[in-house]
Structure formats: structure tokens, C-alpha cells
Ligand binder design. Structure first.
Ligand code: AHR
Length: 660
């Protein structure tokens, strides 16, 4: 955040406003800020994050493994791998070859059997996730499991190769003895490369088995071995999210029931986690991603740990045995639901049980003896219709009988209105559901028009979780959608409406969260990354400004007695922060003209120190990118005269005012 300090007085601001008004550019608005308590608390969960393994968010993204298909488990077991002649760089099976051995009794079923006839010519290569990113001088942990079968292979030689074929680091590992053994080495690349690859050659002739060929930066989040990408987690941390929803999204449901997310298969030793095709592998014909699988290196234990690191409430969403209704819509019969309901109960025990319980013990053995203190669970993702309501009832009864304090999130389908939405809400209300998840992917105009969406919601009904939303610059699931300033500004306008209705809306999250510049399926997304770097979109900064300034108590801000929700293209909300003793006012101006605002405080004494943070861009079509983040908050500190406060709100801008 850029910061500059200037001193000005209310009088000077007023005169500027008057001068500009004379020029006909600036319209003046008088807002009343009422410090009287509304008795509405801003929940700590108000602004959270939605994590789904879409767009290479997990494998190839935040999970820092650099080798794709490290244990040869994909349906096409050589995905990501190439066997080549070292000289011609074409397939040469005369020098050696690789076969896949499958042991169906194991969860990590496959390993590679490598036969080397001519060690001068045979090379095995991994391409990583759209290449491998290396930072010059940093250290990378390389490891593999190897069983020496026959012959005289004495050394495994591994090199990192840049885009021009130049070696940027290499290591040789001496092979000792028989039986499966784990070998380790460390690379230090001599150059920063975005799309490198790894090549393995052999000294000697013979047969070896290899599995779990793995490469991780040492510099991960919290320096955990085999951990998460630091720059990406840092961006999540900076949002100060109130909750972390995981693992999705439609990935929870799966394209088929067999491909649904099963949390029990994602815990325990990383090398024993059974790989599964990613729902987004073939989700869209315009973005087929046949190499997109889930290694589950980022599994449920790691999600809980991430939530803890971020200071966020963990919010797992579980399949309720309905496969994605946009795909196969497979269902488990009602009479067969028990084992699946048990999965939900076991998950609560895994998160919260002490180490004398079956699942709590497993968590403790994984390195977290203390419970994760999970308070929320989601039943189904984006389900709709009677089938959902029937299943929800069974899950709800079982969960609340055993764990009455756990809050359950239920779903209202994929749209913010329409038959499925109305039906879902009607039934969930009858069932006294606690928190209902709503999803809206819509145009920027929809977002600005809907800033009053929750004003008329029933205050005695379930709370709302705005669980997935994002303004679409072109249309839903259109590959040309952009994270431009227009979308971000419309979301900011809408979010003032979420905040004004904090008695009903208690949780919100933008979706999707992460996208790899070469591996994405869905746009827009909050944070973009490649193999080396990441950047925050304007939408990210909108989320950050709301979340970092959420305050503790809602107060009223109005114009002529009315909520400021789009009249004259102005939107506003205000909170007090009881802990920091601050008043925070958020104002969005979607007009193409600057506006002059005079804020008249009532029943509240404002101090003299003002921090004004402005987020704006010169064009609505402006975006951030890997080279520059032109659209980012600009902070100014100033001294104001006690009493009225006058500020200029630039055209098409989002401004946060903070006063002690
Ligand atoms: O955020 C992308 C997808 O949109 C989610 O997986 C799904 O819940 C919604 O349809």
C-alpha cells in the first residue's frame, strides 16, 4: 500500500468542493453518520475465502510439488513424463524403456520399472506443471524411492534444464543396496527460469524401480517440508480471512459419485494418498486439461492447518452423495446413506476429537495433537431440488444429534433466484436451517443493482453465506472474462450491501480464488500466478479492503434518511471497530464524475486523524498483471477539524475512511 501524508482542513476541502461544483464536475452529497448502536455485530467470519482445486489451484499451484505425476498414478501413467534419446531428443526405446507395474492392493498402485541398455542415450524427463519455476540461488529438495533390481546401475544423475536446454543445476545420487530406499538431494539453480524441466539419466546398465519422484522448494510457507507455496499463502494471509472454505465447489460433488471428494482418502502419509482425476480435467470443452489430477498432497489435514495458519475458521464442505447436477447427477439411494453420513461425523471427530478417539488419534499422529476446533460444516455444495432437501435432513439430524454446536451450511443451488433457489429457501426455512449458501456469478450491472438484495430478507430466518460470487465481464463460464476494474468496483458496491445487512449475511467469499496463467479453466479469479510469481487483481484489493476493515459493529450511514445503495451511483456502509476505537466508512462511487461528500456525524465524536484509502483506475477496463499492479490501494493520512468531514470521492472509485 502506498502511503502519503498531507494536512488539510475541512474548510479547504469544502472550498475545493465548491470550486469544482462551480465547474460543474463535482456533485455534493450530505451523508449522516449515526453512531447510535444498531446492535448488529459484524461477525468475525464476515469476509472469508473459498478454496477450490480449479485452475491448478492445488497441484501446480499452492501445493508446492514441482513434479507432475510424481508416482505415475494418472490414468495415462506417463502423463508429464517423456523418455528420450539424449542426443536426438526423440523417443528412443532402443537405449532403455519404462514400464508401469501396478499393485492393485495399494492406494499408490503404480511405480515405474526402468530398464537401461545404453546409459549414454537414455533420459527420463518431467515437464512439471506447464514447466517448472526455479529461483536462482534458492534450494530445492529432490527425493525419490528406488529399488535396485538387477544390473550395475550405480548412479542416478538429475539435472534442471532451462528453456534453451542449458543445465542450471545437477546432482548425482549413488545407489546403495537392494530393496526400496528413499534418496535425497538438493538443487541450487544458477538461474531463474519459469519453464524449466527435470532430466534423469543413469550410470550403468540394468533395471531399477522408481516411485514418488518429488521436488519441492525449501522456501515454503512456514518452511514446512513438502509444504505450500509461500507467495500464494502470503496473499491469502494478507486478506485476514474469517474462514477458509474447502475443498470447493463442484469438486466436492465430482462429475460422478466415484469421483467425488472423499476426505478420508486425503489424510495419512502423502505417498499413500490415492490420486483422483480432477473434476475440472474435462469440465469445459474449451479448456480441456487432461493432465489435471489430484495428488491430495494438499489434503484435509493440510487444509485445517492452513486455516489455522491464516487465523480463519475451517469450513469443510462435504458431498451429500449427489454428483454434480450439471454433469451426471448420480445419487446414492436414501437407504444407503449411512456410511456417508458417518463420514461427516468422523470428520468432526478428526478435527475436534481428542487423541483418545479413533479419528482424533489419526490427526494427532499426523502432527496436530490439539483439536482444530472446527465450528462449521457444509452439507453439499451447489445442490438443488427435493433430492437435496431429503438428504440434508438426514445429515442435519445425525450431525446435530451428536454435535449440537456445529453450525451447518446448506445450499440453495447455483443461482441467486429462480425456481430451484425459491424452493430451496422455502424448504430450508421450514427446517430452521442455520446458514444458507447462495451463489451468484453475474454481470457488473447485476452487482450494482443488487446492493439492496438483503435489505428485505427475513431477519428471523436462516443466516446467509454468500459463498461464491464474482462479477463476470463477459458472461458466466466465458473464457474471455477479465478481472478488470469495472468488475471489482461493482463487487465493492455490492459488498456495501452485504455489510449493511450484516445481521443476515454472516459469511461471504469471492470465487474462484486462484488461477494458473497457463493452467486455468475458469475466469475471473481473485489471484493469478505462474510458476514463479503471482499478482493480486483489483477484485483482490476490494476483498482485502473490506476484510481488513471489517470492524466489529455496524453503524448507520444515510442520505436524506435512506441507505446509500446506488442513488446517484453512490454506495456506502459504516462500521465501528470496538477494539481499535475507530469508525470506518466505505464509499463506492460508480459515477464517471468525482463526488464531494460531506459527512455529518451524529451521536458520535470523531477524532482529528483521518486515513483515506482510495482504490481506483483510469479506465473501467484496466487490469493488473504480472508486470504491474497499477490498481492498488493508495493511503493518505490527514488531519481534519472536529465535526463535519468533507472528502472527495474520485470518479469510479472505492474509498475507505478511517477515523479514530
Ligand atoms: O467457482 C467455480 C464453480 O462455480 C464452483 O465449483 C461451483 O460451486 C460453481 O458452479
Amino acid at each position: 500500500m502506498k502511503t502519503k501524508t498531507k494536512i488539510f482542513t475541512a474548510a479547504i476541502s469544502l472550498s475545493v468542493a465548491f470550486f469544482s461544483a462551480q465547474n460543474g464536475n463535482v456533485k455534493k452529497h450530505f451523508l449522516d453518520l449515526d453512531g447510535t448502536s444498531t446492535n448488529i455485530k459484524i461477525q468475525p467470519t464476515m469476509y472469508g475465502i473459498f478454496f477450490e482445486d480449479i485452475n491448478f489451484a492445488a497441484d501446480g499451484g499452492i501445493y508446492a510439488e514441482l513434479i507432475k505425476n510424481r508416482s505415475f498414478e494418472l490414468d495415462e501413467p506417463l502423463t508429464g513424463w517423456k523418455q528420450q534419446n539424449t542426443k536426438t531428443l526423440s523417443p528412443n526405446l532402443d537405449s532403455g524403456f519404462l514400464t508401469i507395474i501396478t499393485d492393485k492392493s495399494k492406494t499408490n498402485k503404480n511405480y515405474a520399472r526402468i530398464t537401461v541398455w545404453n546409459d549414454k542415450n537414455y533420459v527420463l524427463e518431467n515437464e512439471g506443471f506447464r514447466g517448472i519455476g526455479f529461483h536462482q540461488g534458492e534450494k530445492y529438495d529432490f527425493s525419490f524411492n528406488l529399488e535396485n533390481i538387477s544390473g550395475n546401475i550405480s548412479t542416478i544423475n538429475t539435472s534442471l534444464i532451462d528453456e534453451n536446454g542449458t543445465v542450471i543445476s545437477s546432482v548425482s545420487t549413488i545407489i546403495k543396496g537392494g530393496g526400496w530406499q528413499k534418496y535425497n538431494a538438493v538443487f541450487t539453480p544458477s538461474k531463474t527460469v519459469e519453464k524449466a524441466k527435470v532430466q534423469i539419466t543413469f550410470t550403468g546398465k540394468g533395471i531399477v524401480n522408481m516411485d514418488m519422484i518429488s521436488l519441492f522448494p525449501q522456501d515454503t510457507w512456514k518452511d514446512r517440508k513438502g509444504g505450500l507455496r509461500k507467495d500464494l499463502v502470503q496473499k491469502l494471509y494478507d486478506l485476514q480471512p474469517g474462514f477458509l472454505r474447502f475443498p470447493g465447489g463442484c469438486i466436492v460433488e465430482g462429475r460422478t459419485l466415484a469421483e467425488r471428494y472423499q476426505w478420508k482418502k486425503t489424510i495419512g502419509k502423502v505417498e499413500d494418498r490415492e490420486n483422483l482425476i480432477n473434476k475440472w480435467n474435462n469440465g469445459f470443452s474449451h479448456r480441456l486439461t487432461p493432465d489435471y489430477w489430484q495428488s491430495f498432497g494438499l489434503g484435509f489435514f493440510e487444509y485445517f492447518q492452513l486455516a489455522e495458519d491464516l487465523g480463519a475458521e475451517p469450513l469443510p464442505i462435504l458431498s451429500c452423495e449427489m454428483a454434480c447436477q450439471f454433469n451426471t447427477a448420480e445419487l446414492v439411494k436414501m437407504e444407503d446413506l449411512d456410511p456417508y453420513v458417518q463420514d461427516a461425523l468422523d470428520l468432526i471427530e478428526f478435527a475436534n476429537g481428542d487423541s483418545s478417539t479413533k479419528w482424533g488419534k489419526i490427526r494427532a499422529e499426523m502432527g496436530h495433537p490439539k483439536p482444530f476446533n472446527m465450528k462449521y460444516i457444509g452439507v453439499g455444495n451447489e445442490q438443488w431440488g427435493e433430492d437435496y432437501i431429503e438428504r440434508y435432513k438426514i445429515f442435519e439430524k445425525a450431525i446435530h444429534s451428536k454435535y449440537p454446536d456445529i453450525k451447518i451450511i446448506s445450499g440453495s443451488g447455483p443461482s441467486p433466484d429462480g425456481e430451484f433457489f425459491e424452493y430451496g429457501w422455502k424448504e430450508l426455512k421450514k427446517l430452521n436451517a442455520q446458514i444458507v449458501d447462495e451463489h451468484y456469478y453475474n454481470s457488473p450491472e447485476w452487482f450494482t443493482k443488487n446492493a439492496g438484495r438483503y435489505d428485505e430478507y427475513d431477519r428471523s430466518g436462516p443466516k446467509v453465506f454468500a459463498g461464491e460470487y464474482a462479477a463476470q465481464s463477459v458472461g458466466v463460464v466465458k473464457p474471455d472474462n477479465k478481472n478488470n476494474w469495472q468488475t471489482a468496483l461493482s463487487e465493492a458496491a455490492f459488498m456495501t450491501g452485504l455489510e449493511r445487512n450484516a445481521d443476515v449475511v454472516t459469511m461471504t467469499s469471492y470465487a474462484p480464488l486462484l488461477a494458473h496463467a497457463d493452467g486455468w479453466q475458469w475466469t475471473p479469479d481473485l489471484i493469478w500466478f505462474n510458476n514463479l510469481h503471482s499478482y493480486a487483481t483489483p477484485n483482490y484489493y476490494v476483498q482485502k479492503l473490506f476484510s481488513n476493515n471489517k470492524g466489529t459493529d455496524l453503524i448507520k450511514i444515510s442520505e436524506n434518511g435512506n441507505a446509500v445503495k446506488g442513488q446517484n451511483e453512490l454506495f456506502a456502509s459504516a462500521v465501528k471497530d470496538g477494539k481499535k476505537n475507530e469508525v470506518i466508512i466505505k464509499i463506492v462511487n460508480t459515477d464517471s464524475h468525482e463526488k464531494s461528500i460531506e459527512i455529518n456525524p451524529k451521536n458520535i465524536k470523531l477524532g482529528s486523524k483521518l486515513t483515506k484509502t482510495t482504490l481506483t483506475a483510469s479506465q473501467l477496463s484496466d487490469e493488473n498483471n504480472f508486470q504491474t499492479e497499477n490498481i492498488k490501494p493508495l493511503e493518505e493520512n490527514s488531519v481534519i477539524k472536529k465535526g463535519k468531514l468533507s472528502v472527495q470521492i474520485p470518479a469510479n472509485s472505492f474509498v475507505v475512511l478511517k477515523i479514530k
